[in-house]
Design a protein around this ligand. Structure first.
Ligand SMILES: *[C@@H]1O[C@H](CO)[C@@H](O)[C@H](O)[C@H]1NC(C)=O
Ligand SMILES: *[C@@H]1O[C@H](CO)[C@@H](O)[C@H](O)[C@H]1NC(C)=O
Ligand SMILES: *[C@@H]1O[C@H](CO)[C@@H](O)[C@H](O)[C@H]1NC(C)=O
Ligand SMILES: *[C@@H]1O[C@H](CO)[C@@H](O)[C@H](O)[C@H]1NC(C)=O
Ligand SMILES: *[C@@H]1O[C@H](CO)[C@@H](O)[C@H](O)[C@H]1NC(C)=O
Length: 453
C-alpha cells in the first residue's frame, strides 16, 4: 500500500519532502485525515465500544463481523449500515446478515457522539473501521494504525451481500475465490479467519457436522469427539435449536488470541469452513504456524485488517459523509439537518470528562509502552529478523497512533468476562505496525461471515 510510509515522513524533518512526494493530495486515505477536523475521534470511538462492551460482551465480535460484512460487499462504504429505501433493498436483510448482524446501535451511538464533537465530518464507514479495531484491542488483540478518509456509499445491495459474502458451508476454494475477488489472498483467508477467536455461531451454521455430515448419516470425522458431544447438547437435532449459540473458540471465548488456530490443530474448529483450513496443505501450514507464534498472528492480523479496510473505498469527492445511516439526497439539502438525534445519548453528559481520563491513561500507556519496548528490544520482535526500517516504522506508527492506543477498558472489562482464562501470550496489545506481509510461503484469507456473534 502506497501510504504505508507516509506517517513517518509526515513528521517535521521530512515536511519538505512531502511537498514533492506525497500522493496524498486527495483520493487517498491518510493516517492523519481527521487530526485537525476531529482530533478526539479515536477517543470517542474507543469510549463507545468500551461502553457497549460493558453492557454486552459479544459486541467486539459483532463489530468486527459488521466491518467485514461491510467491506466484503462492494467495498468498505458503510453500506451494511443502511436500511432499505424505496430505491434499493439493503444488506441488513441479506441471508448472511438477517438475524445475525449486530452492533448497529453501537455505531449509531458513536456516530451521534461524534456529530456533537465534529458535525458532518466523519464518515460512518471510518467509524465502523475504527470500532472494529477497538473491538480487537478491547479483547486483548493487537493494535494498529488505520488510514482514514473513507466516505460513505450512497447505496447498498441485498443481492450483492447474498452473492459475495462467504458461507461457512462453502468449500475452501470458493471462499478463497471470494477473497481473491476483493484483492485478498490465501494468507488473508487464514489470518482473518483468526477473528473467530471471539464470537459465537448459531447452531444451524454447523449442525450438519454433528448429525449427518455430507449425507453420511454420521458426524464429521474431522470433529473432536468431546467437542462433538458438547455441541450436540447445545444443538440437539431439532429445528428448535437452530438459533442456539456456541462459541467459535470454546477455549478462550472472549479473548482475542491465537487459540483459534490451536483448536484447528486439535480438530476443534467449530465451523466446517474453519476446520477446512486444515484440509489443504498450504493453509494447514499457516494454521500450524499461527498456533505456535501468537505474536506473528497479531502482526499479520493487523496487516490483513488494513487490507480489508482498504477494499473499494470511496475517497475525495465520491460518496458522502452520512449524517446518519440514511444516504443523503445527492444535492445536499440546505442547512437543515445539522443536529443529530441525541435522544439516546442524554446519559453521555460526562463524555468530556471520560475522554479526559482516557487521554491521561493513554499518555501513560504510551510512555509505558515506549519504556517496555526499549527494555524488551528484540525480545518483542522474537523471530530474529530485526530490521531497522521495521523498527523505525513501528516507532512512527505508535507515535501517530499513540493518542489512540491504550486499552483502558481492558482492565475494567476483564472483570465482566466470564472466562478470560487464556494464559495466552497475546495479552498485551503491542502497537503493531502495518507492514507488508513478509512471509514467503503463504497467502489467502477467509473470514467470519458465519458467526452471528
Ligand atoms: C445492551 O445489550 C443488549 C443486547 O445484549 C441490547 O439489547 C441493549 O439495547 C443494550 N443496552 C444499551 C443501553 O446499549
Ligand atoms: C463453489 O464454486 C463452484 C464454482 O463457482 C460452484 O459451482 C459451487 O456450487 C460452489 N459450491 C458451493 C457449496 O457454494
Ligand atoms: C461430500 O460427499 C461428496 C460425494 O459423496 C464428496 O465428493 C465430497 O468430497 C464430500 N465432501 C466432504 C467435505 O467430505
Ligand atoms: C489440544 O490437544 C492437546 C492434547 O490432546 C491438549 O493437551 C490441548 O489442551 C488441546 N488444546 C486445545 C486448545 O484444545
Ligand atoms: C477533545 O477532548 C478534550 C478533553 O475532553 C476537550 O477539552 C477538547 O475540547 C476536545 N476537542 C474537540 C475538538 O472536541
Amino acid at each position: 500500500m502506497g501510504f504505508k510510509l507516509l506517517p513517518c515522513f509526515n513528521t517535521i524533518p521530512f515536511l519538505y519532502l512531502i511537498l514533492f512526494l506525497s500522493p496524498l493530495a486527495d483520493g487517498q486515505l491518510d493516517y492523519n485525515f481527521y487530526d485537525k477536523s476531529c482530533p478526539n475521534l479515536s477517543m470517542i470511538v474507543k469510549y463507545g465500544v468500551w461502553a457497549a462492551f460493558k453492557n454486552d460482551t459479544r459486541i467486539p465480535a459483532s463489530l468486527l463481523r459488521l466491518h467485514f460484512h461491510d467491506c466484503f460487499v462492494n467495498g468498505c462504504d458503510g453500506s451494511v449500515l443502511l436500511d432499505d429505501t424505496k430505491d434499493f433493498k439493503g444488506e441488513k436483510n441479506a441471508f448472511p446478515n438477517r438475524n445475525s448482524a449486530r452492533g448497529f446501535e453501537v455505531i449509531d451511538s458513536i456516530k451521534a457522539d461524534i456529530e456533537k464533537a465534529c458535525p458532518s465530518t466523519v464518515s460512518c464507514v471510518d467509524i465502523l473501521t475504527l470500532a472494529a479495531r477497538e473491538a480487537v484491542v478491547l479483547s486483548g488483540g493487537s493494535n494498529w494504525p488505520i488510514p482514514l478518509g473513507r466516505r460513505d456509499g450512497l447505496t447498498a445491495s441485498e443481492k450483492a451481500a447474498n452473492e459475495q459474502l462467504p458461507s461457512p458451508l462453502e468449500p475452501l476454494e470458493n471462499i478463497t475465490a471470494k477473497f481473491a475477488s476483493n484483492g485478498l489472498d490465501v494468507k488473508d483467508v487464514v489470518v482473518l479467519s483468526g477473528a473467530h477467536t471471539i464470537g459465537f455461531a448459531q447452531c444451524f451454521t454447523f449442525k450438519g457436522r454433528l448429525f449427518d455430515f455430507n449425507g453420511s448419516g454420521k458426524p464429521d470425522p474431522a470433529l473432536d469427539s468431546s467437542l462433538l458431544s458438547s455441541l450436540r447438547s447445545t444443538c440437539p437435532n431439532v429445528d428448535g435449536s437452530n438459533s442456539n449459540l456456541a462459541p467459535l473458540d470454546s477455549q478462550t471465548i472472549y479473548r482475542f488470541d491465537n487459540v483459534y488456530y490451536k483448536n484447528l490443530v486439535n480438530n476443534s474448529g467449530l465451523l466446517q469452513s474453519d476446520q477446512a483450513l486444515m484440509g489443504d496443505p498450504k493453509t494447514a501450514n499457516m494454521v500450524n504456524y499461527y498456533s505456535m507464534y501468537p505474536f506473528l498472528f497479531s502482526k499479520d492480523f493487523a496487516a490483513s485488517m488494513v487490507k480489508l479496510g482498504n477494499i473499494g473505498v470511496l475517497t475525495g469527492q465520491n460518496g458522502e459523509i452520512r449524517k446518519k445511516f440514511e444516504p443523503q439526497p445527492p444535492p445536499p439539502p440546505p442547512m437543515a439537518v445539522t443536529q443529530q438525534v441525541h435522544s439516546a445519548h442524554s446519559g453521555h453528559g460526562s463524555i468530556g470528562s471520560v475522554i479526559a481520563v482516557l487521554a491521561v491513561i493513554t499518555i501513560l500507556g504510551v510512555i509505558a509502552g515506549m519504556i517496555g519496548r526499549l527494555c524488551s528490544g528484540k525480545g518483542i520482535m522474537g523471530h530474529g529478523q530485526y530490521d531497522f526500517e521495521g523498527w523505525a516504522e513501528r516507532k512512527c506508527s505508535s507515535c501517530l497512533d499513540g493518542r489512540v492506543e491504550p486499552p483502558p477498558p481492558r482492565a475494567a472489562a476483564e472483570n465482566t468476562r466470564n472466562n478470560g482464562s487464556g494464559d495466552d501470550a497475546v495479552a498485551v496489545p503491542v502497537a503493531v505496525p502495518v507492514e507488508t506481509p513478509q512471509e514467503t510461503e503463504e497467502e489467502t484469507t477467509q473470514h467470519h461471515p458465519h458467526e452471528n456473534a
